[in-house]
Design a protein around this ligand. Structure first.
Ligand code: 13P
Ligand code: SF4
Length: 318
């Protein structure tokens, strides 16, 4: 297909078709996180959790990676693929966890704990990754921490809720950076208890970024892809889902005969939807494939320092 030289100003009437044509023309791969709007998930080449998306980004032979997720995810893809063009439909798609851990504050925190192994959740900036010994995701954090030398203390950043859950399940004591996800801190315990009363047969499945008092009410805890697998394999007849509701599109698609209930935020608000993830739209995806911008750019020294702990994770990850 020959791409017209001029960049179209107006989006075409059939955006989905136009995105598919551009993807082929650009030799692009479209990666999407489970929290993306349904229409983006439906057009993606791979929908996955942070670990699956990082793995795919590490192995793709596409020239362009269109990352439908948030900034740290696209940045990770760029760290793994310096020669490829990595575009993010909306550069403002950040993450409250990454924002809660500025590089200079993190450097001061590390300096207070010089003998610690530094484990950082992938939801952080390249500048924080570059200061870490090991990166983890919610999918592999427990297994990775269990593999660390028993005689070394561990720092864990930036999510304290995930960190507490990892400590409980790995048997290791972790010194925690006090960050949290604004979405996973918003779920209402009262609404959850009401849903449990209304649907006593339902299984409560939760992401480990939730606060401990909610995790204590969960029957199963795991990353987004583990929650999806659980919905597929559990014998329960319905599910109460404690994570960003974008995942429900996939759950309902894979398990169409079972009901899934989302837990609202306090006061019944819809702030359980990640405001950053929802910035990406089909139109912005079309535009970024057309213009190849906004693209992720990284200083090479920083990239190399951030790459080492990501490669360690990929090598150690089960
Ligand atoms: P996953 O590791 O399940 O993809 O979680 C990423 C995330 O941002 C959760 O809020
Ligand atoms: Fe970040 Fe929370 Fe959004 Fe995940 S849901 S991308 S942790 S703000």
């Amino acid at each position: 297909m020959v791409l017209t030289a001029a960049i179209a100003e107006r989006p075409p009437s059939d955006l989905t078709e136009a995105i598919k044509e551009l993807r082929d023309h650009r030799n692009a791969v479209i990666l999407a996180h489970y929290y993306q709007p349904p229409e983006i998930q439906d057009i993606a080449d791979l929908v996955g959790d942070s670990l699956e998306l990082a793995r795919r980004a590490a192995s793709t032979d596409a020239d362009v990676i269109a990352f439908c997720g948030v900034h740290f995810m696209a940045e990770t893809a760029k760290i793994l693929n310096p020669s490829k063009t990595v575009v993010l439909p909306d550069l403002e798609a950040g993450c409250s966890l990454a924002d809660a851990c500025p590089a200079d504050g993190f450097a001061a925190f590390r300096a207070q704990h010089p003998d610690h192994i530094v484990v950082s959740y992938i939801n952080c900036s390249a500048a924080v990754k570059a200061q870490s010994d090991l990166i983890c995701t919610s999918s592999n954090a427990v297994e990775l921490v269990r593999q660390l030398p028993a005689d070394r203390p561990i720092l864990f950043a930036p999510d304290q809720n995930l960190g507490r859950w990892v400590a409980r399940n790995s048997g290791r004591e972790l010194t925690l950076w006090p960050g949290s996800c604004l979405v996973h801190e918003t779920f209402s315990e009262e609404a959850l208890l009401r849903l449990k009363l209304e649907h006593p047969e339902a299984e409560v499945i939760a992401h480990p970024e939730c606060q401990q008092h909610l995790l204590d009410l969960a029957d199963f805890i795991g990353s987004t892809s583990k929650l999806l697998q659980r919905a597929e394999t559990s014998g329960a007849s319905s599910f109460i889902v404690l994570t960003e509701p974008g995942i429900l599109h996939r759950m309902r698609g894979r398990v169409p005969h079972k009901p899934f209930f989302e837990v609202p935020g306090a006061d019944g608000c819809s702030c359980n939807a990640c405001p950053y993830m929802r910035l990406n739209t089909l139109e912005k995806l079309w535009r970024c494939l057309q213009t190849l911008s906004p693209a992720i750019d990284l200083d090479e020294g920083l990239r190399l320092r951030a790459l080492a702990p990501i490669e360690r994770m990929l090598a150690l990850s089960p």
